[in-house]
Design a protein around this ligand. Structure first.
Ligand code: XMP
Length: 321
């Protein structure tokens, strides 16, 4: 890989911020740029850089793909408004679900999300406001995983031979490609983001679609969203790197009120990791696991089985898709 990593030890946050802000300002000149905010630490840092560099010439959008967690779009938009960064919520649910319809292959689903995001949604927004640049928070690990062929990260283009200017009509600025998550968290704190953002567990670009095995439909997303909410509530104090719920494709036989109930399976994962490159499952206490099973099978309609993944990465990956 010809991108040079800046390690946590070598990172000078103030210098890094100043350099990246200057680079954005000189690349965009007196034009406007669009900014893709998801509320994760990476895109939040880029939003702050873009805001410092361009002020109101930065147009920040939160894309509601229909794949986000409960209440997330509204919460992130209001949080950034509170930080003085005007952010517009774009309802693109129909576009994403139409592209995902009928797809079951994981890489095919990831490609459908990339296409919805860059071509259909941002292709239109960029045209509308006459921007030439899109700012986004790709990090070193995203590129590494795609180049190594682990999985296609939704935000990787150039390394897959995609020229965004030719394909979608704009150039992409990626100020964080030399940093891993731990470095980005340090920069996030230095650039004035609140703890809720700089300590936020990672969440994948394909959002809950990375946690639905098989076809992604609004109904199946609603199920995994509810299970995610329970897992996040129960594991918030675990200090784990990341924790998540996955909806399986297969159904299994269960029993409710003495009758057969052919129902859904949810798999819980909870990870210890530094940079998501390798990971090991957290040794959760049995009481916690018991509560998770209890809550998920009573609060999420149709679920009769809850499992906990005990496989490290590798050979597992953090997300299921
Ligand atoms: P995996 O599943 O590859 O995940 O072990 C490694 C880390 O990356 C996150 N992840 C993504 N982040 N775009 C992203 O921005 C993606 O397409 C994507 N896929 C996975 C995942 O949550 C974990 O932290």
């Amino acid at each position: 890989m010809d991108i040079k990593e800046i390690t946590l030890e070598a990172l000078d946050t103030e210098q890094f911020i100043a350099e990246q802000v200057k680079e954005i300002a000189s690349a965009v000149g007196d034009g406007v740029a669009v900014n893709a905010l998801s509320g994760g630490v990476d895109s939040s840092v880029v939003t702050m850089f873009g805001h410092k560099a361009l002020g109101d010439r930065l147009k920040t959008y939160f894309i509601d793909s229909g794949l986000m967690r409960e209440g997330e779009p509204e919460h992130i938009v209001s949080l950034f408004k509170g930080l003085g960064v005007p952010t517009e919520l774009v309802d693109a649910q129909k576009t994403f679900f139409a592209e995902l319809k009928g797809r079951i292959d994981p890489e095919d689903k990831r490609e459908a999300i990339t296409r919805s995001f860059y071509k259909e949604v941002f292709g239109e927004l960029v045209k509308e406001i006459g921007a030439k640049y899109l700012l986004q928070g790709t990090n070193y690990t995203d590129i590494e995983e795609t180049v190594a062929g682990v999985k296609r990260q939704h935000n990787i283009l150039e390394q897959l031979g995609i020229d965004p200017e030719r394909m979608f009509g704009y150039k992409i600025i990626e100020p964080l490609i030399q940093l891993r998550k731990s470095g980005i968290r340090k920069v996030a704190q230095a650039v004035g983001l609140p703890e809720e953002i700089y300590s936020r567990p990672p969440f994948p670009g394909p959002a809950l679609a990375a946690r639905v095995i098989g076809e992604v439909t609004p109904e199946r997303i609603a199920i995994v969203r509810k299970a995610t909410q329970i897992v996040e509530e129960e594991l918030a104090t675990s200090k784990a790197f990341q924790y998540l719920a996955i909806l399986h494709e297969d159904k299994v036989t269960g029993v409710r009120a003495g009758k057969r109930d052919f129902g859904l399976q949810i798999e819980v994962r909870c990870w210890e990791s530094k940079d998501a490159k390798v990971g090991s499952p957290t040794r959760l206490g049995y009481d916690v696991l018991h509560t998770l099973a209890q809550r998920i099978t009573t609060e999420v309609p149709g679920v009769v089985s809850v499992t906990y993944n005990i496989t490290p990465k590798p050979p597992s990956t953090i997300e299921a898709v």
